[in-house]
Design a protein around this ligand. Sequence first.
Ligand SMILES: [Zn+2]
Length: 90
Amino acid sequence: MKTCSECKKDYPVLWKAKTRDRGDLCKDCCKGINVLSLFNGMSTGHTALDNVGIKVNKYYSSELKPYAIELTQYHYPETIQLGDVNNWSE
Ligand SMILES: [Zn+2]
């Protein structure tokens, strides 16, 4: 267990977010991360982040397969689909 430098609660070592200015934070005090998942598949990356308790703010996905996109949107409807990376221009 570690102690959160913000709220002073103990939290499991599995979850750790060390910030430059605020020290070690529990997942309730951490602001979360933004993710760009290229070739996202069915969002196993998002599932892994959830499993270790990392808060996700924005999750951008690039995927072509319709069934993978459908599965992603079923489990994580807030996912932002960016389409084919080959079509990105700017
Ligand atoms: Zn905390």
